[in-house]
Design a protein around this ligand. Structure first.
Ligand SMILES: *Cc1c(COP(=O)(O)O)cnc(C)c1O
Length: 464
């Protein structure tokens, strides 16, 4: 231990008067700088006592370390990350990223006043619902539309407003858990609706619903899309068309929780095949609910569309106020929806759709370009290769639909895959990739060009 060195340690108050630190007070709160200074000095003291440190850093270097630490402590907890998993709708990573235009609309709505509930033509109070309902109707062919906080809320509002005290028939194969403890039977119970289970887990026939109506007095038919899993094998479910035909015959409505509602599908534009909102409306469902941030590619929101009378009843329900959509979401949702007026434009400008539409050939080109850049900079420090792979859509959307892709595979020299994964995750802009087949795998589907450069910067620093 070097007593002299201990005595040379600057006092905290003195350290804090270093010009770099006084300058940093314009940017960082004083208490954060003080905390960081204390931690740095404690670290040095400990190092000296243990004999690890035999020379003090220059005051400029120490001041810089304090600033770096203070900055890290002040960083927002919710941060941008780089999604290298290739899972487009990654629920843990925030589901659908917004496009440039939608993000800008959020910014505009956030930083000033807006006509959120003000009718500009008439100069008086307007409705928050007015901004997207006509657009939603024209895009889906429905008579009425309502946007709320998320789809769980849309479903709950639908049941509370339209099914409380009523008997609702649903297939046993559709009594699903969506995640985050949103379970259909429990949501039904909470809404005041009475659940009548029909059919079996793997097979439900139209006759099962008919019996539920005739023998058990079911007053509403509910279909829930099993969007986060796929039942395969000996299975049968009843289509919305058939449910509607039965409902019409018996004079009872059919509700449909579609979950991940796509507004259109067009394999030629790279928009994967799957059930669309319009199909459900065309089939005659009376109310259809779906998410804003799944295949739609917009902000977190829940959308209910359907017969005008039902939607109006939902709008007037007390619970509608509890789950109302906020202005930032509305701004993003409207901007996203407007692209859908032209399918080709939507396929290009809505990131979820453009990422899903990337073909294996396109992704192969991007993977190979990325790999070449990595190999050039990293040289001997990391083996870089590319390979064909199969990804998934994610976010409880299109389960079982394979997404052919092409990935970059890294095998670092001098550090383990787990260490590399952890270091990338701890990077300034955290990078989330996957370890598979003894390689660290990056899927270009969810990466921008700038992301690629940032990953390279991280790898270059980490593998130094
Ligand atoms: C995802 C999903 C929900 C919940 O939607 P959120 O927008 O996440 O609240 C409800 N029902 C189904 C069928 C879903 O797939």
């Amino acid at each position: 231990m070097d007593r002299q060195l201990l005595q040379q340690l600057p006092k905290m108050d003195v350290l804090l008067t270093h010009p770099a630190l006084t300058a940093a007070q314009g940017e960082l709160p004083y208490h954060a700088l003080k905390e960081a200074a204390r931690a740095q000095l404690d670290g040095l003291r400990q190092g000296i006592l243990e004999g690890r440190i035999t020379a003090l850093p220059e005051s400029g270097v120490l001041a810089q370390a304090v600033i770096t630490q203070a900055r890290a402590a002040c960083r927002p907890h919710l941060r941008a990350v780089i999604n290298a998993t290739g899972v487009v709708l990654h629920t843990n990573l925030g589901r659908a990223p917004l496009g440039e235009e939608a993000a800008r609309a959020v910014y505009e709505a956030a930083r000033g006043y807006s006509n959120l509930e003000y009718n500009l033509d008439e100069g008086r109070r307007g409705s928050r619902f007015s901004h997207v309902d006509k657009l939603l109707c024209s895009l889906t062919g429905a008579e009425g539309a309502l946007a709320v906080n998320n789809n769980a809320a849309a479903v709950f509002l639908m049941l509370s407003a339209l099914a409380a005290g009523k008997k609702v028939a649903i297939s046993r194969g559709e009594l699903v858990e969506i995640g985050g403890s949103f379970r259909v039977p429990e949501i039904m119970a909470r809404s005041g609706a009475h659940l009548i289970e029909v059919g079996t887990t793997n097979k439900t026939h139209l006759s099962d619903y008919r019996r539920a109506i005739e023998e058990q007095g079911a007053e509403i038919l509910l279909k829930v899309h099993t969007s986060n899993f796929k039942l395969i094998g000996f299975t049968e479910e009843v289509s919305v068309e058939d449910l509607v035909a039965l409902g019409r015959e018996k004079g009872i409505p059919v509700f449909h929780d579609l979950g991940s509602g796509a507004l259109f599908t067009d394999p030629a534009l790279g928009v994967p095949d799957g059930p669309t909102v319009e199909d459900s409306v065309k089939a005659g469902a009376d109310v259809v609910c779906f998410s804003g941030d799944k295949l739609l590619g917009g902000p977190q929101a829940g959308i209910a569309i359907g017969r005008k009378a039902y939607i109006e009843t939902m709008k007037k329900n007390q619970f509608a106020r509890v789950v109302r959509i906020d202005k930032l979401t509305l701004a993003a949702l409207e901007t996203t929806l407007r692209f859908y007026e032209d399918h080709a434009l939507a396929a290009k400008r809505i990131p979820t759709l453009s990422m899903l539409g990337a073909t294996r050939e396109e992704l192969r080109t991007r993977a190979e370009e990325l790999a070449a850049r990595f190999a050039e900079v990293l040289g001997e420090r990391c083996a870089v290769s590319t390979a064909a792979d199969v990804g998934e859509v994610g976010g409880g959307s299109l389960p079982g639909v394979p997404l052919p892709t092409w990935v970059v595979e890294l095998d670092p020299v001098g550090c383990s895959l787990d260490e590399l994964e952890k270091a990338l995750r701890g990077w300034e802009t955290p990078i989330v990739g996957r370890i598979r087949r003894e390689k660290y795998v990056l899927d270009p589907r969810t990466l921008t060009e700038a992301d690629g450069e940032e990953i390279l910067r991280a790898l270059d620093a980490i593998l130094r």
